[in-house]
Design a protein around this ligand. Structure first.
Ligand SMILES: [Fe+2]
Length: 386
C-alpha cells in the first residue's frame, strides 16, 4: 500500500484503487472522487495519511466542491502561502527604512541616498519576483503612518507599470526614487491636516495643494535630486485634461514619471478606509481609475496599468456562475477574465474551510465569474488564508 499525506488531498481527487484509513477502514471506493466532507473528517480525526494500492487519477465530477484539481495550481497556491510571510516581513522592514529616511529629511534636510538605494534595490527585485504577492500585500489595509505606507504602495504600483513598460534597470530605479519621494512636501505641512482621513475643508485643501511645489523645492534645491525626480513631486497631481494642480498642465506636457505615479497614488489611496468612505475593493478601485481615463490619466498609460494589473486582482472575492464563492489567488496573464480562484464556499454554501480547492478558470471553460462580491466580514475572515 502506498501512503498519501492528507495535506496533499483535495476534494475532487480520485484514486485508481480503494482508499483506506489505517487498518483497512475504507474511506472511499476506487475512482470515486473525495468530497469536502471526507477531507474535513480526516482533519477532524487528526489523520495525517491515507493508504491505497492505486494511483491518483484525474477525475471530473459535477459538484463545484469537487472540481478537477490541478497539482501544479496547488503547488502554486502553496508557494503563495509560503512566500506570504516573507513578503510581510520585507514590507514592514521597508516601511521602517522609509520612516527613517523621511524623518532625516524632515529633521535635518538630509537625504540618506545609500539607505534609499538599498530600499529601491530590494523593491525592484521583490516586485519583479513576486508581483502578485505585493499586490496582495498593499491591500492589507491602512497603516498607522499613512504617509509612509502610501509612499511604499505608490512605488510598488509604479514599479509594476515600469516593469510592464520594460524600463531598463536605471530608469526603474529613478522611477522608484521619484515615487518614494513624490509626497515629501507633506512632511512640511501641519501634521494634523496631512494625517487626517476626513474630507478636507476648503481651507485645508488650499494648504494640501502646496505639497507638490514644496516637495519640488525640497528635492531639487535642498536634497539635490535630479530634475526628473523633483518634477515628479511637482506634477503628480496634474490631470491629463488640464484640470489638475499646481500648474494645470495638459496631456503629454506632464512628464511620464508623474503620470505613472498618479496611478499608484490614486490606487493606494482608494484601497484604504477614510473617515468619509469605505475602502474600495481592488476590482472597484480599478474601475474607478478606468472611469477617470480621459480626465486624469490619458489612454496610453491606462492600457499599461490595466494590462499589468488584472480585471480581477488577487484578493478579489467573486461568485462564479455555479454559485461557488471564492477569492482570486493568481492571474492567467493572457486571459484576464479567467483567473485562478480558491474556493471558499461551494455551490451549497458550505464553507470549505482550509481545504485547498483551487479552480483554474482557464481550464474550467464552463465556469465564469458572475459577479464581484464586496463583503468586509468575509474579507476579514479569509484575509489570513490568502
Ligand atoms: Fe500628493
Amino acid at each position: 500500500m502506498k501512503k498519501y499525506s492528507v495535506d496533499s488531498l483535495a476534494p475532487g481527487m480520485a484514486f485508481s484503487k480503494n482508499v483506506y484509513i489505517g487498518n483497512n477502514n475504507l474511506l472511499v471506493n476506487a475512482k470515486m472522487p473525495l468530497k469536502v466532507k471526507d477531507i474535513e473528517n480526516l482533519h477532524k480525526w487528526n489523520i495525517t495519511e491515507v493508504e491505497s494500492e492505486g494511483e491518483l487519477i484525474e477525475t471530473k465530477i459535477n459538484t463545484a466542491s469537487g472540481k478537477k484539481i490541478f497539482p501544479d495550481v496547488i503547488k502554486l497556491y502553496k508557494n503563495i502561502m509560503e512566500n506570504k510571510k516573507k513578503v510581510e516581513d520585507t514590507y514592514s522592514d521597508l516601511l521602517n527604512k522609509i520612516r527613517m529616511i523621511f524623518s532625516k529629511i524632515k529633521s535635518s534636510n538630509y537625504l540618506d541616498d545609500s539607505k534609499l538605494s538599498e530600499v529601491i534595490d530590494v523593491l525592484i527585485h521583490e516586485v519583479e519576483k513576486r508581483k502578485p504577492l505585493y499586490l496582495t500585500q498593499i491591500l492589507r489595509g491602512a497603516h498607522n503612518d499613512y504617509l509612509y505606507s502610501h509612499s511604499l504602495n505608490t512605488t510598488i504600483v509604479s514599479l509594476i507599470m515600469g516593469i510592464e513598460l520594460q524600463f531598463p534597470q536605471e530608469k526603474l530605479s529613478e522611477l522608484a526614487k521619484a515615487a518614494l519621494l513624490h509626497n515629501v512636501g507633506m512632511l512640511f505641512l501641519p501634521i494634523l491636516i496631512t494625517t487626517s482621513s476626513s474630507k478636507f475643508s476648503k481651507k485645508e485643501f488650499l494648504i494640501i495643494k502646496k505639497h507638490p511645489l514644496l516637495g519640488y523645492k525640497v528635492l531639487y534645491n535642498d536634497l539635490k535630486t535630479s530634475i526628473k525626480v523633483a518634477d515628479a513631486s511637482l506634477s503628480h497631481h496634474e490631470n491629463f485634461d488640464g484640470t489638475g494642480y499646481p500648474r494645470g498642465l495638459q496631456g503629454y506636457d506632464i512628464d511620464e514619471y508623474p503620470r505613472i505615479i498618479a496611478f499608484g497614488d490614486m490606487y493606494s489611496s482608494l484601497i484604504v478606509d477614510k473617515e468619509y468612505r469605505n475602502k474600495f475593493n481592488p476590482y472597484f478601485a480599478l474601475r474607478e481609475i478606468m472611469a477617470l481615463n480621459n480626465i486624469k490619466f490619458g489612454p496610453n498609460l491606462m492600457r499599461v496599468f490595466v494590462s499589468s494589473f488584472s480585471l480581477y486582482p488577487i484578493g478579489t472575492f467573486v461568485r462564479l456562475n455555479n454559485n461557488v464563492i471564492g477569492v482570486v489567488v493568481d492571474c492567467n496573464d493572457e486571459y484576464k477574465l479567467r483567473p485562478i480562484v480558491k474556493m471558499l464556499f461551494n455551490q451549497n454554501s458550505d464553507n470549505v474551510g482550509t481545504n485547498n480547492v483551487i479552480i483554474n478558470l482557464l481550464d474550467e471553460k464552463k465556469l465564469f465569474i458572475k459577479e464581484v462580491i464586496v463583503d468586509e466580514e468575509l474579507e476579514k475572515k479569509v484575509q489570513n488564508e490568502i
